[in-house]
Design a protein around this ligand. Structure first.
Ligand SMILES: C[S@@+](CC[C@H](N)C(=O)[O-])C[C@H]1O[C@@H](n2cnc3c(N)ncnc32)[C@H](O)[C@@H]1O
Length: 420
């Protein structure tokens, strides 16, 4: 048993590291709530905002079946691939070697550098990636796709990881920006090949734990329509967006464009419309989620307070004018999600929502977990068990502590009501 446990501990960092480990929530937190909720191999765990799949990978490590929902096609692809622990790894490296040789050959024969189309270039941050690494990446991407192998998803995921961390000029802190030092010369193919070899070692080590189901759905957690999930969900462990002006499509934009998940502005808009409204760059005339919280006084008060502060400060930009409504849209979207979730939950299901307090709108504190708990109870069926503070950060501008909390809920089946 000790040996298996050791292997699985290593899987923790290895598989999470396949794509954007640093942006996800900590695996130990998932572990803690799996234990507390008594999840086992006959349970079903759901992460409705699964991102890069931390919850699902943790479940798989322990033989617990899980389900994930994710609205961003790039992170959906990443979590889906991270949860595929194929046992058939023969030729994994041989095919990759062949692809690497073919890509190197094409790179050496190129007469002029490959570029993105004008439409694609407009979607990414200016100077996200220097011309030569971009050209080599495009050649390698095409070599991976034309090999059409059964390992294609793993190869593309390895490429996505290094587009972000090794080839690009991006920096994260926590918003995405462009570094002053540009990477003009990178050995794109060699870096990719060594990542593929690392993946191979991970897969070879853990393939014996491959059977546990980890089903990832591309979709909107406010609009769940999965008919084949006949088994009810025993626990939910998730970290949804917070009302913090973070644009999830922007943090994954470069690799989404290069891998073809976003081809033009219309596609980008459609993807963003599938996200919970947590920032003012993602608000549309047709948005109706605010109606789900229109009777909740604390959210109306918060929204009014933000609008009053805007007027007092004389702020008039288009984005600032949206601050008051994005807060209602955020909690309304989360309310819609919780309503939609009910038919999928087992009576007595336990839920953990990791959310952070925010002060992004004129520094007015938004106590996210407290408000979300109130929303859940007003919907009916949910009871707030408690709020655990998982970490705190001091906001110097307002001299207040902002908590990152875990809102723990219990679900008790009743008629599928709306907000009372
Ligand atoms: C805080 S991140 C989750 C991080 C995740 N725990 C991980 O391990 O990477 C929130 C995720 O919710 C996704 N998201 C936003 N709105 C969504 C929606 N309506 N339905 C499903 N996923 C959504 C975002 O794309 C993002 O990946």
């Amino acid at each position: 048993m000790g040996n298996i446990e050791n292997k699985l501990k290593t899987a923790d960092s290895a598989i999470h590291d396949w794509y954007r480990f640093v942006l996800s929530f900590p695996p130990h937190l998932v572990q803690q709530y799996l234990d507390e909720f008594g999840a086992c191999n006959s349970s079903l765990v759901l992460d409705p905002f699964c991102g890069t799949g931390t919850t699902n990978v943790e479940c798989k490590k322990q033989g617990i079946p899980s389900w994930g929902i994710e609205a961003n096609p790039m992170t959906y692809f990443a979590s889906k691939t991270k949860c595929k622990w194929t046992a058939d790894t023969s030729e994994f490296v041989t095919i990759a070697d062949h692809i690497a040789r073919s890509a190197n050959q094409s790179i050496s024969e190129l007469k002029e550098l490959r570029t993105l189309s004008e439409e694609q270039s407009e979607l990414i941050l200016k100077n996200s990636i220097s011309p030569k690494p971009l050209s080599d990446t495009l050649v390698l991407r095409d070599a991976i796709c034309s090999a059409n192998s059964r390992f294609q998803d793993y190869y593309l995921l390895a490429l996505a990881k290094h587009i972000v961390y090794s080839y690009s000029n991006l920096k994260f802190g926590p918003e995405v920006g462009i570094s002053r030092t540009k990477k003009d010369c990178v050995n794109v193919v060699e870096i990719w090949l060594s990542e593929v070899q690392k993946m191979y070692r991970d897969l070879a080590t853990f393939s014996e734990y491959a059977e546990t189901e980890a089903d990832i759905t591309l979709g909107d957690a406010r609009n769940i329509s999965v008919s084949d999930h006949l088994k009810k969900v025993d626990c939910v462990i998730t970290s949804p967006p917070y009302p913090n002006e973070k644009d999830y499509s922007r943090t994954t934009r470069l690799e989404s464009v290069i891998l073809g998940f976003i081809k033009n502005k219309d596609e980008l808009r459609e993807i963003k419309k599938g996200f919970i409204r947590s920032n003012t760059k993602n608000v549309y005339r047709s948005d109706e989620d605010a109606q789900y919280v229109c009777n909740i006084a604390s959210i109306n008060r918060l929204s009014d307070e933000i609008e009053q502060k805007r007027l007092d400060l004389g702020k008039t930009s288009g984005f600032e004018k949206l601050y008051a409504s994005v807060v209602k849209l955020y909690f309304g979207g989360m309310a819609k999600h919780l309503i939609q979730l009910k038919p999928y939950l087992r009576d007595g299901a336990s839920l953990a929502y990791v959310v952070g307090d925010q002060a992004s709108y004129f520094q007015i504190p938004i106590r996210t977990s407290k408000l979300l708990g109130e929303v859940a109870e007003r919907i009916g069926g949910y009871r707030v068990e408690r709020i655990d503070t998982f970490r705190k950060r001091f906001a110097t501008a307002t001299e207040t502590w902002l908590n990152e909390d875990v809102l723990v809920l219990k679900y008790k089946e009743q008629s599928h009501g709306e907000i009372r």
